[in-house]
Design a protein around this ligand. Structure first.
Ligand code: PGA
Length: 264
């Protein structure tokens, strides 16, 4: 079976409900001609915009949440539960984004509880991992990634992979956001190899092969085709460069043919 290109954006805390609706509507129109057999497109808006986003996304855009509490209900002020996300139409839950881990001090153990809860509630679980600049400087990138994979997926039933519910995004902390430095493609390819090995350690080789691994961190029009051209990169997870629908669509159109050549 031919592989699909995975491409998505995390809107972070940047768009109101009205802005998200405009963004999704435009993105939907701009990508209407691209077959979803070739591409899995997803958008992760703010919590408040999920419902509106799900309403205007149609079948071609998967809508996700940027975070989730592992509990269904209770005394967890400020948190949003799986039941609430189900109710507003989210289909995917992102866990462990760098900003959650580093600004809000989330741990691998917490990410693990969220991954398990998301899967149990029927969501696609997108686990984000990435080494810090210090870990990279110490030559400990692969160790950090392996740790995040092993701890993040501890106790996860491998059969979720067969249902396409486990995705991974590799986002080096030093590469993300304003001031981030995009990773060189060769560097990304080596890390993805190691991530695949860690997944094989956890889930077995055959199942590990089926987990899409996306790259994220300062992806733009210029580096996107190079990042997808080689290595074990199944897709791109984009922030700033995707927040104008027109630009997002132009990146998709640049990378899709490159990806198809690689997968031939
Ligand atoms: P960026 O964000 O593309 O703006 O660097 C990536 C991310 O945080 O997912």
């Amino acid at each position: 079976m031919k592989k699909k290109l995975y491409v998505g954006t995390n809107n972070k805390m940047t768009m109101t409900i009205a802005e998200t609706k405009n963004f999704i509507t435009e993105l939907r129109e701009l990508t209407a001609d691209i077959s979803r057999d070739e591409m899995r497109l997803f958008v992760i808006p703010s919590y408040t915009a999920i419902s509106a986003a799900a309403d205007c996304a149609g079948d071609g855009i998967t809508i996700g949440a940027q975070n989730m509490c592992w509990e269904e209900r209770g005394q967890f002020t400020g948190e949003i539960s799986p039941l609430m996300l189900e109710e507003v139409g989210a289909a995917l839950v992102m866990t462990g984004h760098s900003e959650r881990r580093h600004i809000f001090r989330e741990t691998d153990e917490e990410e693990n509880k969220k991954v398990i809860s998301a899967l149990t509630h029927g969501f696609i679980s997108l686990l984000c991992i990435g080494e810090t600049g210090e870990e990279k400087a110490r030559g400990e990138s692969d160790e950090a990634l392996r740790r995040q994979i092993i701890k993040g997926f501890l106790g996860v039933n491998p059969s979720y992979i067969d249902r396409g519910m486990i995705w991974v995004a590799y986002e080096p902390v030093w590469a993300i956001g304003v001031g981030g430095k995009p990773a060189e493609p060769e560097y990304v390819f080596r890390r993805h190899e190691k991530i695949r090995e860690a997944l094989a350690f956890v889930f077995g080789i055959e199942r590990a092969e089926k987990v899409p691994i996306l790259y994220g961190g300062s992806v733009n029009n210029e580096n996107a085709p190079k990042l997808i051209a080689g290595g074990d990169v199944d897709g791109l997870f984009i922030g700033r460069s995707a927040w104008r629908a027109e630009n997002f669509s132009s990146i998709i159109r640049e990378v899709l043919p490159v990806f198809k050549v690689k997968e031939k």
